[in-house]
Ligand binder design. Structure first.
Ligand SMILES: Cc1ncc(COP(=O)(O)O)c(C=O)c1O
Length: 354
């Protein structure tokens, strides 16, 4: 089995420019817990993309970043309205419920996206002492199924959040892929749409580890974040090594380059399957760095032996193929050739173009 597969962008290694930045930061003693020049420069790099009001806090991982951001803004009798497949709801071992103490109101959504109507339907029991109080909406951008909210869709969610005084939280583990997909910028995506707080992913986009909690504009929860971060065990003592990675990621738009490349590899993989659509259909449009094919059952295990990947929905035979900053066109073509061979042995393999 080749080293590069399609299981997760988390499975990818570290971009060489990130590793170089870590090595370059590795000289002498510097102050800990963020009181260092790398942290200052990385924060400034985020402000250059978002505006002077933005505040940034670095954390170790995505689960922690989501939870401490929400914990900073919410009280334990409040609820977060989110799609039912939200990482926060299904892949974080109830960290939110345990640590922040609130409730997740999960919503069945179409195409991975929460809508203002979904939010309105879950505004219930406001002011009633027997009911959990809606406190936030949380979405993933890009979504858990590789789709991307448009700026208009985000603005509409921002408006409904303001209307009901809800925090608008974005799990941006793959935010870079969404920005690259829309060809927009961070300010348009986060500031102009009314996002209150976003976790900006580094790990899936070429970093070794590290996520940034970003408040695009001033928000009262900023003051609590330093405390929830420490209490939530997300404060790195050797912060310079997280910050140096972010500094390198934001420098010369490496974050966009990596994300755009991963997106392009997903589009290429989907394009190779276009003439196979009587055998392999796509469950969701390919808008970021993921492809969700519905596979013939007989093809699943043999294909998993070619390149590793996870099944997203075993009842409907939907697989999840993720591409990453280091996926090559050759990886895509080798895998796509195998899909043709294994899923549709009666057909001749469509030319790969390489
Ligand atoms: C949408 C989303 N949010 C957050 C995370 C962060 O997870 P972790 O705590 O593993 O860094 C992931 C990782 O898979 C993710 O897919």
């Amino acid at each position: 089995m080749s080293d590069v597969h399609f299981a997760s962008d988390n499975n990818a290694g570290v971009h060489p420019r990130i590793l170089e930045a870590v090595a370059a930061a590795n000289g002498g003693h510097v102050a800990s817990y963020g009181d260092d020049e790398w942290t200052q420069r990385a924060e400034a790099a985020f402000r250059a993309l978002l505006g002077d009001e933005a505040r940034v806090f670095f954390a170790f991982n995505g689960t922690g970043a989501n939870v401490i951001a929400l914990a900073a803004a919410l009280r334990p009798f409040q609820a977060v309205i989110c799609p039912e497949a939200a990482h926060l709801a299904v892949d974080e071992c109830a960290a939110f419920e345990r640590f922040a103490g609130g409730k997740l109101l999960t919503v069945a959504v179409a195409g991975g996206k929460l809508t203002p109507d979904d939010v309105e339907r879950h505004i219930r029991g406001v002011g009633d002492q027997h009911h959990v109080q809606p406190g936030a909406i949380s979405i993933s951008q890009s979504t858990e199924v590789g789709t991307v909210y448009t700026l208009d869709e985000l603005s509409a969610l921002g408006a409904v959040a303001r209307k009901h005084r809800l925090l608008f939280h974005v799990d941006g583990a793959r935010l870079s892929n969404a920005v690259a997909s829309l060809g927009t910028d961070l300010r348009a995506m986060l500031v102009e749409t009314g996002v209150d707080v976003c976790t900006f992913g580094g790990t899936k986009n070429g970093m070794m580890f590290g996520e940034a909690i970003v408040f695009p504009r001033h928000h009262p929860a900023v003051d609590a974040l330093v405390f929830t971060r420490k209490q939530g065990m997300q404060l790195a003592s050797k912060m310079r090594f997280v910050a140096a990675q972010f500094e390198a990621l934001l420098h010369d738009d490496l974050w966009l380059e990596n994300a755009a490349h991963a997106n392009a590899m997903a589009r290429m993989l989907a394009a190779r399957l276009r003439d196979l659509d009587d055998v392999v259909q796509l469950a969701y449009p390919v808008e970021a760095n993921a492809v969700f094919p519905v596979l013939p059952r007989h093809a699943i295990e043999p294909l998993q032996r070619v390149r590793r990947f996870y099944m997203w929905d075993t009842e409907r035979d939907i697989a999840r193929w993720m591409t990453a900053w280091d996926t090559t066109a050759q990886d895509v073509h080798t895998f796509a050739d195998a899909v043709w061979r294994i899923a549709a042995p009666q057909k001749s393999v469509a030319p790969s173009g390489v």
